[in-house]
Design a protein around this ligand. Sequence first.
Ligand code: GTP
Ligand code: MG
Length: 230
Amino acid sequence: MIMKKTATISSLNGLEQLFTGEDIGSLKKSFFEMQHLYQSAIREVSTKLEILDDEFQVIHKRNPIHHMQSRIKSINSIFGKLSRREHEISLDSAKENLNDIAGIRVVCYYIDDIYMIAKMLTQQDDIVLLRVTDYIQNPKENGYRSLHLVVSVPVFFSDRKEIVPVEIQIRTMAMDFWASLEHQLRYKTNDTVPLSVAHELQECADTIAKTDLKMQSIYKSIEELNKGDL
Ligand code: GTP
Ligand code: MG
């Protein structure tokens, strides 16, 4: 399984309009501390997921996780989101109001792997499940599918323990393929894809979902055949 990590040191460009020179200095320091906190939470959760993936390989000779990616929300996105939601614009407010400062994307082979990984992670006794949004059972209108979890995990430092939220998106390779292209297209069209294109994208998402189910049933029938051989 590959673990990709997107850049974590975010630029503070553009914040000069919001903060004075002196404020920028202390903001930078607090932001680095905050990045360390959320990066540590990502490490805790990623390690749990890697252990589960390895264990499955040891027992079943197959990995459920194809790869994982993680990211810390940039300070510009954090402040942008706080402002859209009409919250106070500060790092304390971000900690209080945002659940997706730390994000992990888990890309699995099969649909059943998604639910298995989600269950195995959330039943661990130091993990608290804060929110589940199942866009697989209930796809978004545009066709987007993934299982979203927000969990909290304790992180231990020299003098304290912090409970940190992490947003986890779990999806198949096929769902990831669609979401990546759709994201790119939306970006290229400034967030509003023409209606006809939106419809085509939705059709692609449905085709992909059917293929995901078909691949899973092929996998299951081969497993049955192999069982028969024993
Ligand atoms: P926001 O983070 O502000 O969007 O609110 P939320 O956390 O309630 O949203 P949600 O859980 O629906 O989505 C969070 C993340 O899922 C986004 O930042 C994307 O990474 C991904 N996502 C959600 N919907 C879509 C979609 O329609 N297309 C793609 N490509 N990704 C999506
Ligand atoms: Mg979010």
